[in-house]
Design a protein. Structure first.
Length: 241
């Protein structure tokens, strides 16, 4: 299993949740998970709004110069009332409201047009959905951004995160999960997970119950990939990961 995660909730409400889905080994994911809480907390002390290149510096500190190992990275930091997310790879984060949901992270894969164009402009190619560098034709990577994977930097694979910040007023909670969940649930995954979160809030369930149910659902539907799920519910201030 190559998934790693980190969760930290401070008394002042600042919360860090991070998921890392390793590939080619767990070294890059494990190193990032071990550093992320301290690195993000230090950044919050300097600037709780994450202005300028704050997230680029954070991901630089999380990165490992591994040639053929890598990891996705989805890092959420709640500094009430703002929710900040930075991301590389194909894990996914959702913010759920009573009547709407917001996907906080794009999938860094070939099917995202801007990512496909960026890889091709850098000189990379796609073979069956995998980024390849013709100098290393026998190695491909499904994600277009990742920590590590320095061998594929010439093909455009980068560790530069896409970032977003949203206000949490009126939000019910959030869900972060590695691709093992979203791929199994298919094109309606976001709506399905949002409904499950709303039902949990309505039933008075806690975050742990929902996270465990989603993981079990993947197994019930025959999912074979690793899956890690983190959930935060604002109503009862419960967090699970």
């Amino acid at each position: 299993m190559e998934d790693r995660h980190a969760v930290s909730a401070a008394p002042d409400g600042v919360t860090v949740v991070a998921l890392f889905d390793g590939h080619g080994g767990s070294r890059v994911a494990e190193a990032a998970a071990g550093r992320v809480v301290d690195v993000v907390a230090s950044s919050v002390k300097r600037d709780p709004r994450f202005q300028g290149n704050a997230w680029a510096q954070i991901f630089g500190a999380l990165d490992t110069p591994a040639p053929s190992e890598g990891s996705t990275a989805t890092v959420l930091c709640l500094v009430p009332p703002m929710l900040h997310v930075a991301h590389v790879g194909d894990s996914r984060a959702l913010l759920v409201r009573q009547a709407a949901l917001l996907r906080l992270t794009p999938d860094h894969r070939e099917e995202t047009p801007s990512e496909r164009a960026r890889i091709l402009a850098a000189g990379g190619e796609f073979h069956d959905g995998y980024v390849v560098d013709l100098r290393h034709p026998h190695r491909g990577l499904m994600v277009t951004r990742a920590l590590g994977d320095k061998e594929l930097e010439p093909a455009g694979v980068i560790a530069t995160p896409e970032i977003t910040a949203v206000h949490t007023n009126g939000a019910l909670g959030f869900v972060l999960a590695t691709d093992g969940l979203w791929d199994v649930l298919g094109p309606t995954a976001d709506a399905f997970v949002a409904r499950a979160l709303r039902r949990s809030v309505s039933d008075g369930s806690n975050a742990t119950t929902l996270a465990e149910w989603l993981v079990a659902l993947v197994a019930d539907r025959g999912g074979r990939d690793n899956v890690t799920v983190a959930v935060g519910l604002f109503a009862n201030r419960s967090l699970a990961g």
